[in-house]
Design a protein around this ligand. Structure first.
Ligand SMILES: Cc1cc2nc3c(=O)[nH]c(=O)nc-3n(C[C@H](O)[C@H](O)[C@H](O)COP(=O)(O)O)c2cc1C
Length: 663
């Protein structure tokens, strides 16, 4: 990974690429200080090729949340910034020329969206206007002029976006290209628009300038391109003049998860391999390669020549340098939760990161050494407590963290239990590694009590003692077959029956249902084994994936299940629950728990649902008694995270970080 590579004369110091990511750190197409600070920190972190992008080539195909190059006025500020990056770092700077086509939101761009054909977009809900011959010429010219300006601005590399269900891929795919002219019909015709763009851009850049393209190795759209058609396009793109191919997968409308925690690391490397077999230029692999060992393996396998780290570099700008220096236990991992990045972008807000509270606030929130070290005690080793302890120690305070359980993590240990979420355990691993590096003393199996505070006389006590499951009062709640979801997720309930009713359909209830569906089904390793040895035919092996042997019902009072799960994690979760046959009862209220059933009430009236196990997932309540108990003179008490108010991981970490900065 740390070996250099040369692409059309451009020597890139290592094999890591920060792919294009719309961060929404501008609102008027200009380069802001926030934008610059974000990328400056990543360049200093050692990434080989950093894409500052996407870049708007015209208004119809973009949004003001990205920098633009559709006018000469945008060149100089970019040039000054890129010159600065070149002076200060070894990182090579790329951009990505984007046209969203039918995926543009006209409300945001202020211009009606255009596309090869008037096929409605599920993303924007709009039906684009079919592009005329003049539109085609106009958009191609916009690519050309933006490419010319990219060169003038000093970019080292230009990438043309031809995936994700944006304009060029809309031309490529029969799903969105219904044209009957020279740009529609056969694959040769559908490739024409993209290939003409490449040819014209190559012409304006000259032959010695590095030009790349980003394609989907598979659209994962019914009737769309697979790795076969993508391979054909890749080979033609090389003939038309590209020097490198960045291979991602899927469109925004795809129903195969591309980016969330459930996508096993390295899943889509095979797409890059499929393209590499068809071309003789460097190929970049993408998606879920943040684990450096997985990335290194992808490179060593020969499937790709460079690896993309998108969200992993949002989470940890220093990732390349940490890998280079072997500081693996200090890496802040991307857990692909998407809560701060993808979910923000799709609600038109600026990107933040759950695990890196400084992302997008680099200038505002530097971590500085204190001149006045304090003695700090932290009660609770969940995310809020660990982040507080870590940030305090990074500033030079003397920090001891007390955790009453035998291990760190708090509610992360619950969150990581359900299928495909094991990676959340990396949160704890990373915080443990970093606390160790910065000298936090960690006392496990030790609850911080008033006596210790009186004895040790700290300057600060941070109460981050988390939360406990909330209680509700309903007839039958004390019956022996009633358990709380947290105990189930922690595997403290050995005798779960065949007819399970989960009360509460928020994140915890739905995740508990998902967890239960996975017990007794074939896990990925078993499935692979059966397939590898042709022990079962694919159809019967597939059945083993979907049969949990239990009847699981989720009962929720409101109509929206998993309402507190982020947008990009919610649909795969709901998809899994449906595939696994979980009975989802919305608008249903629990009235009574009986020995073998529960009585619920909905608009349709009262109903009894068979239940030999009832699992309560009805929220949580803060645990913070220590705060009042240690409120003695001279001790500053700070209550953090769920101990202050039960919320999500984002708030816990952000609060731990920000409160520690105030010390
Ligand atoms: C907030 C956000 C914005 C993105 N915007 C773009 C984009 O404009 N163009 C693009 O090609 N990919 C975009 N992506 C996809 C990333 O480039 C990358 O392919 C994806 O995050 C998967 O890689 P990762 O697992 O390393 O993050 C975006 C991703 C995120 C998280």
């Amino acid at each position: 990974m740390m070996e250099p590579i040369t692409i059309n004369g451009l020597k890139i110091p290592n094999r890591t690429v920060m792919p294009s990511m719309g961060m929404a750190y501008t609102s008027d197409y200009t380069l802001t200080d926030r934008f610059k600070a974000f990328y400056r920190e990543r360049a200093k972190g050692g990434v080989g090729l950093m894409t500052i992008g996407p870049i708007a080539i015209d208004k119809a195909g973009s949004a003001p949340f990205m920098p633009a190059l559709f006018d000469d006025q945008y060149v100089e500020p970019l040039k000054n910034y890129i010159d600065e990056l070149h002076r200060e770092t070894e990182t090579k700077v790329a951009n990505q020329l984007i046209h969203l086509g039918r995926a543009a939101f006209s409300m945001v761009s202020g211009v009606p969206s255009i596309a090869p054909s008037p096929v409605p977009s599920k993303l924007s809900g709009e039906t684009p206007r079919e592009m005329t011959a003049e539109d085609i010429e106009g958009v191609q010219e916009a690519y050309v002029q933006s490419a010319r300006r990219s060169k003038e601005a000093g970019f080292d590399f230009v990438e043309i976006l031809a995936c994700t269900g944006y304009l060029i891929s809309q031309f490529l795919s029969p799903v969105t290209n219904k044209r009957t002219d020279a740009y529609g019909g056969t694959i040769e015709n559908r490739m024409r628009f993209g290939l003409e763009v490449i040819t014209r851009v190559r012409e304006v850049l000259g032959k010695d300038y590095p030009l790349g393209i980003r394609i989907a190795g598979n659209d994962f759209m019914e009737g769309g391109h697979t790795n076969v058609e993508s391979g054909i396009f890749a080979a033609e793109a090389v003939k038309a003049g590209v020097d490198a191919i960045n291979v991602t997968g899927g469109w925004h409308e795809t129903y195969v998860p591309q980016l969330n925690t459930s996508v096993p690391p390295g899943t889509y490397v095979y797409l890059a391999r499929g393209i590499k077999e068809k071309v003789d230029v460097p190929v970049f692999a993408s998606n879920r390669l943040g684990d450096p060992y997985v990335a290194e393996r992808a490179l060593r396998s020969g499937a790709c020549d460079m690896v993309c780290w998108g969200r992993p570099l949002i989470a940890d700008p220093e990732l390349p340098n940490k890998v280079k220096e072997g500081r693996f236990d200090e890496i802040v991992p991307c857990i692909a939760c998407n809560q701060g990045c993808f979910d923000s972008i799709f609600s038109a807000s600026a990107v933040f990161c759950v695990l890196n509270p400084r992302a997008g606030r680099e200038e505002e929130l530097p971590i500085r050494k204190t001149k006045n070290p304090k003695k700090v005690m932290v009660a609770g080793g969940g995310p809020a407590g660990m982040e507080f302890a870590l940030t305090a120690a990074q500033q030079g305070h003397d920090v001891t963290l007390y955790e009453k359980e035998a291990s760190l993590g708090g509610q992360v240990n619950l969150a990581k239990a359900s299928p495909g979420k094991g990676e959340l355990g990396k949160i704890t691993d990373s915080m443990r590694g970093r606390m160790n590096r910065y000298g936090v003393k960690v006392k496990l199996g030790t609850a911080l009590g008033t006596e210790t505070v009186e004895e040790e006389k700290p300057d600060v006590v941070a109460v981050a003692s988390g939360a406990l499951p909330a209680d509700i009062s309903v007839p039958g709640i004390d019956k022996p077959h009633v358990h709380c979801a947290w105990d189930v997720l922690m595997e403290r309930v050995p005798n779960i029956g065949k007819n399970v009713v989960i009360v509460g359909g928020n994140a915890t209830g739905c995740e508990t249902a998902h967890y239960l569906t996975a017990i007794g089904t074939a896990d990925p390793a078993i499935f692979t084994f059966l397939m590898y040895h042709t022990a079962e035919n694919p159809e019967s092996a597939k059945k083993l994936l979907y049969n949990s042997g239990r009847k699981i019902t989720v009962v929720e009072m409101v109509t929206r299940l998993a309402g507190n799960v982020g947008r990009s994690a919610r649909w795969p979760l709901m998809k899994s629950l449906k595939m696994m046959g979980v009975d989802l009862r919305r608008g249903a209220k629990l009235l009574e728990i009986r020995d073998d059933s529960v009585l619920v009430e909905s608009e349709e009236g009262q109903e009894s649902i068979a239940a030999d196990t009832v699992i309560m997932a009805v929220g949580s309540r803060s645990v913070n008694e220590l705060a009042a108990a240690v409120m003695t003179e001279g001790v500053k008490v700070i209550t953090l995270g769920d101990a202050k108010e039960p919320r999500k991981l984002t708030e816990a970490i952000r609060e731990g970080f920000e409160e520690a900065l105030k010390l």
